[in-house]
Design a protein around this ligand. Structure first.
Ligand SMILES: *Cc1c(COP(=O)(O)O)cnc(C)c1O
Length: 387
């Protein structure tokens, strides 16, 4: 074959267009354990990039639990939960998670992305409507699409618009789906007001607490932060962020969880996570409960950043969580500032459209209990000197 295949040529053109628009995504290779000082592309940098908010990803007690479980039980689960992959460690983890969150039952998943797909497809079915905050994580939107439900998006935090949309809906099954802590903005969703709307318009409240679990509400998450409880709430949190390991869980009423187990494809048709990860997570939950000082340290780092950062470029968004975004506007500006920080030995990732709305490219600073005070001061010093 002499002619180049047209389909490959088209992909190459699309890639070039993306690159020229400054939207090419690149991976950086990390060496060493997850922590404030990884080797990135071989260079030691001070990093404000991970979601390991409590510093558990590299915690020796968690790592030891994983390696001991590997020696006892091997590495793979061998099958899906409904065939022969459901291990006693998975069972113990589900019970601990339900207890920690204060909901009747929990079911674990291999990833938050899969948990969102499961819960939204099963709750909404085909004729449901999912009302979604415009800044929700992409996995919630994908879950709604997989459900083939109608996806209705409302402006970020716009409760009045949401109420008009709910009032106009004739769907028999309605779901309000929201990030509890918005992943790129760091602000907290008004969950009490959203639950009141669910009660008024007979809807479920689906809460994605990827960034609140372990951090807010004494570590029990955003429901505890607001002291919310209702059979209408279906709760999801990921276990690869503050919990430091991997995976996710959905929790809620017994009927909801049993329906997920019976019907959710992303639960049924996938291999169970290695039991050693459940062992690591049980250890991470032990540390979370036994070491509240980690959350205290994290909150101190957040306060310190907010009082010491006076960036000459960009605008630090209002946020009381470990996600502290510095909005710079266009993608090129965000990349340029990230590079300037890189020259000073600091790594903060630039987040560009379509992950965030166009015109709001930003640096997503994320703080961890593993950062020292000097680390935060070094970051603030660099931000304040940026040209
Ligand atoms: C990270 C994230 C997810 C996906 O979780 P994974 O376990 O990484 O697949 C879902 N929702 C939100 C808001 C997230 O930040």
């Amino acid at each position: 074959m002499s002619e180049e295949w047209h389909a490959l040529r088209r992909l190459r053109c699309d890639l070039a267009t993306r690159r020229e628009a400054g939207l090419e995504r690149k991976r950086h290779t990390v060496d060493g354990p997850c922590g404030p000082r990884p080797l990135i592309d071989g260079r030691p940098l001070l990093a404000f990039a991970s979601n390991d908010y409590l510093g558990l990803a590299g915690h020796p007690q968690v790592a030891r639990a994983a390696s001991e479980a590997a020696l006892l039980y091997g590495v793979g689960a061998g099958a899906s939960h409904l065939i022969s992959g459901h291990h006693v460690l998975h069972d113990a983890l589900e019970q601990r998670l339900a207890q920690w969150i204060g909901l009747p039952r929990a079911l674990t998943f291999s990833a938050g992305y899969m948990a969102n797909a499961a819960a939204l497809t099963v709750l909404a079915q085909r004729h449901g409507e999912i009302f979604a905050d415009r800044l929700n994580h992409a996995s919630l939107n994908d879950g709604a699409r997989l459900a083939r439900a109608r996806l209705v998006r409302y402006g970020h935090g716009d409760l009045a618009q949401l109420e008009r949309l709910l009032a106009a809906s004739r769907a028999l099954c309605k779901i309000i789906a929201t990030d509890a802590v918005f992943s790129m903005d760091g602000d907290i969703a008004p969950l009490p007001e959203l639950l009141a709307l669910c009660e008024r318009y007979d809807a479920w409240l689906y809460v994605d607490d990827a960034h609140g679990f372990g951090v807010l509400g004494e570590g029990r998450g955003t429901l505890a932060h607001f002291r919310l409880a209702s059979p209408r709430i279906v709760y999801m949190a990921t276990l690869g962020k503050a919990a430091g390991v991997a995976g996710a869980f959905v929790a809620g009423a017994e009927e909801v969880m049993e329906t997920l187990l019976q019907q959710a494809h992303s639960y049924i048709y996938t291999t169970a996570q290695p039991p050693l990860l459940a062992a690591a997570l049980l250890a991470a939950l032990d540390v979370m409960a036994a070491e509240p000082q980690r959350r205290v340290a994290l909150m101190r780092r957040i306060d310190m950043l907010r009082s010491a950062a006076r960036p000459r470029r960009g605008k630090l968004l209002e946020s009381s969580t470990p996600i502290q975004p510095l909005v710079l506007g266009d993608a090129a500006a965000a990349v340029e500032v990230a590079e300037q920080l890189g020259q000073r030995g600091i790594w903060v990732p630039a987040i560009r459209p379509p992950t965030v709305p166009s015109g709001t490219a930003r640096l997503r600073i994320s703080l961890s209990a593993a950062h020292g005070e000097a680390d935060v001061l070094a970051l603030c010093g660099a931000l304040n000197e940026l040209a």
